[in-house]
Design a protein around this ligand. Structure first.
Ligand code: FE
Ligand code: FE
Length: 265
């Protein structure tokens, strides 16, 4: 099987730069500011208008693919569909990276633009506690100013055991933004789908076995499902281009079951 998440490639200067900045600037303070600034939903568009905004977006943190992001979403959804997963999960595949539209209201300074993506993409980690060594590019951990603060640099940090991942602050990006957007728009996806969306970039949790001390019953219950979902996020990356109209024809009615005509973003 082809090797994905290969961070050792020679030409991944952009990937390294992106992670270096993410680790340097994503602190508790930054995360709180970004949530306040960006999780305000006062723009309106239709689902497919939002979806189309991803046509121009190529994820700089992804070493595996350099296709526009909406093709990656078709690939993920189609993989799930082919293997017989239910509609809500196909839809989750279709939208899981939709939060990257954040770049439309972002700026370089916040790392939320096309050019500076460290506040949108990349593997996420919990802020307010020690950053695990099992993270990608652990050599950048020491660049994070929170790691010099005695309350933030311990294993539990500012959290209590069993507090639940939903009560832990994670580095800000497309996962969190989409989760908040769906909540704001009252989209009724199953709770496990919301977990797939909010934590799909947290490889530390679903792959590396970190943050077990924060898990509550729901997190434990959903983890395996998030892992299954993740396989489709990763292993459906191919250079096949899906026909947009064909995709819209199949997914349109599913989208309409969950989303209203106007989405606040
Ligand atoms: Fe993603
Ligand atoms: Fe993805």
């Amino acid at each position: 099987m082809e090797n994905f998440r290969n961070f050792e490639k020679k030409d991944n200067k952009d990937v390294i730069e992106c992670y270096k900045k993410q680790r340097t600037y994503q602190t508790v303070d930054y995360v709180l500011k970004m949530r306040n600034k960006y999780c305000v939903f006062d723009n309106t568009n239709s689902f497919w208008e939002l979806f189309d905004m991803l046509k121009d977006f190529v994820d700089l943190s992804d070493p595996d693919i350099s296709l526009p992001n909406h093709q990656h979403l078709f690939q993920t959804a189609e993989g799930l569909r082919k293997d017989g997963f239910p509609e809500w999960m196909q839809l989750t595949g279709l939208i899981h990276d939709l939060g990257k539209i954040l770049y439309k209201k972002g700026c370089d300074k916040d790392g939320t633009s096309m050019k500076e993506q460290w506040g949108i993409v990349g593997d996420t980690y919990a802020v307010g506690c020690k950053i695990p060594e099992s993270i990608v590019y652990p050599e950048f951990n020491s660049l994070n100013p929170d790691m010099e603060k005695s309350t933030y640099c311990t294993r539990l940090g500012i959290y209590q055991k069993g507090i639940g991942l939903d009560n832990v602050l994670f580095s800000f990006g497309h996962d969190e933004y989409l989760y908040q957007l769906l909540k704001f728009n009252n989209v009724k996806l199953p709770k496990v789908a919301m977990h797939m969306i909010r934590y799909h970039s947290c490889y530390l949790w679903h792959q590396e076995g970190e943050y077990l001390e924060f898990e509550n019953e729901d997190d434990k219950k959903y983890k395996e499902k998030v892992q299954i979902f993740n396989k489709y996020d990763l292993y459906t990356k191919e250079n096949k281009i899906y026909d947009y109209d064909e995709m819209k024809k199949y997914y349109g009615p599913i989208v309409n079951k969950y989303f209203k005509d106007v989405i606040y973003w």
